[in-house]
Design a protein around this ligand. Structure first.
Ligand code: GLU
Length: 299
């Protein structure tokens, strides 16, 4: 079948075994791509060297292959190789875009940690944003001209200096959305002190270079999308469309997380759940009580 220009992506992070929350987002991404006669790529987001493991990378490809297919990826290759962020990092792909941000005066070196900012909360009269995080205080900004002293970021952290502007976009699931940069979030990391691009930065570079036309992700990442739109604007890259799916919740109404010991796709399969039943439950409009129970018990 002839493909349209639609390009979607699955972007697992191999920091643990995938759980049904991830799967429900990936199944939605696959459905959107199929409905649009599109091409679906799989990109492994393995930049966090402390948390990513080869075991989880292998498991993600294997677990997902039971449920869906993709057209390009680390296992299949494709025209936008490599499809692992760690390899893209080795090829200096992010460095080039870091330099563009530096030259455009968008980033500044910054040594403040989250803990230091929290410690100065009352002194600087800082209020937490909607997620409970304190937006980076403007009083602690440095001059972006300082980044010109750096030829490459190395192990120096850099922050993006957000312009005070509204970020509006049309979400294909939620409708029109608007975020207020400076109020709902502040200057954010582009490069970490560990020597790697941040998630926000790497994902923008990769989605742009891989020609992604629609990003399907969970609603927990809405503020990230707003931050990323500012990076697209700064780099003058074309902005994809967005579709933010609802999150699967456990029996207590809390979102699933790998660290909370919730059931993984593997554990469900090992406990006799069929691929068909897991898919149906993950895509159901209202939560399947059996799945929620299995997830909560950590089956
Ligand atoms: N690797 C990210 C995650 O697993 C992807 C998020 C995104 O869709 O950009 O949360």
């Amino acid at each position: 079948m002839k493909k349209s220009r639609y390009r979607g992506r699955l972007a697992p992070s191999p920091t643990g075994f995938l759980h049904p929350g991830h799967l429900s987002t990936f199944l939605m991404a696959a459905r959107r791509s199929r409905e649009n006669d599109g091409t679906l790529i799989l990109r492994m987001e393995d930049l966090d060297r402390a948390r990513c493991k080869k075991e989880y990378d292998d498991a993600a490809l294997e677990d997902l292959s039971h449920f869906l297919t993709w057209d390009e990826g680390p296992d299949l290759g494709g025209p936008f190789q490599p499809y692992r962020q760690s390899q893209r990092f080795s090829e200096n792909i992010y460095l080039e875009f870091w330099r563009r941000l530096r030259d455009g005066g968008w980033i500044y070196p910054c040594n403040y940690t989250r803990r230091e900012i929290r410690a100065r909360q009352s002194e600087l009269n800082l209020k937490a944003g909607p997620t409970g995080e304190i937006p980076f205080p403007v009083q602690l900004r440095s001059d972006p001209a300082q980044s010109r002293d750096f030829d490459r970021p190395g192990r120096q952290a850099f922050r993006f200096r957000i312009p005070s502007e509204k970020v509006a976009f049309l979400d294909h699931y939620l409708g029109s959305l608007e975020y207020d940069a400076g109020k709902e979030f502040g200057d954010f990391l582009i490069w970490s002190v560990e020597g790697y691009p941040s998630y926000e930065f790497a994902v923008v570079v990769d989605d742009a270079l891989m020609g992604i036309t629609e990003v399907v992700r969970g609603q927990d990442l809405l503020l990230s999308t707003a931050r990323q739109i500012l990076i697209y604007r700064a780099l003058q890259l074309s902005i994809p469309e967005f579709f933010h799916c609802p999150l699967l919740k456990d029996a207590k109404g809390e979102r699933l997380a790998k660290r909370k010991g919730s059931a993984t796709i593997r554990s469900l399969l090992q406990n006799g759940w069929s691929v068909h039943r897991i898919s149906e439950s993950c895509m159901a409009d209202s939560p399947d009580p059996d799945l929620i129970q299995a997830i909560s018990k950590g089956v």
